[in-house]
Design a binder for this molecule. Sequence first.
Ligand SMILES: [Cu+2]
Ligand SMILES: [Zn+2]
Length: 212
Amino acid sequence: MPPYPPEKTQIMDFPSIRPSSRQPRLAIIASFTLIAVFVIWLILPRSPIPQDEVLPIPIASKAVAVLIGETVSGTVTFIQPVPTAPVTVSGEVKNLKTSAKHGFHIHASGDLSNGCTSAGPHFNPFDRTHGAPTDFYRHVGDLGNIEADSQGVASFSFEDKMISLNGPLSIVGRALVVHAGTDDLGRGGDDESVKTGNAGARAACAVIGLAP
Ligand SMILES: [Cu+2]
Ligand SMILES: [Zn+2]
């Protein structure tokens, strides 16, 4: 006799394991939400520069002027490591009148279309009278004189605190002029002395340009 009579045996009723119909619907909703968020992110306006990024302002730290005259020639370099620093002016100018001082100025305009004449007057943004580089009252462009040796060559290096390669007092794009005569630095006692320093003809000039 079997332990359990057949009529008493029960067949266990397991719940079916077929997937619920809610799961694919959730997956579809999740996918659409992700796509929607991505599309919204794509079309959102965004500034090309992150708000917290501060771009460094480009500065000019070196400029050069290649002087060309009928006979006088030379190269002058201007270096300003940072915009607040003095400018170091150095160079060599040849074929000058020997053993003489020659007026050396920044003139207002870089237009040399009519030779050195069209470079205009001394660079004078503060509307002051002509002076020496060491004077408080001077044209910004007043760099005094350079001195030629017995061979007519002037080699020089000096600093100037008024000119700049940056900002409103920038000399870049203006003209450098070397004169045939000596600048009297505003001490000549006549009207012309406080305008031009009686420095005479413009022996050579150049546009001051940016250098690498
Ligand atoms: Cu001049
Ligand atoms: Zn001047």
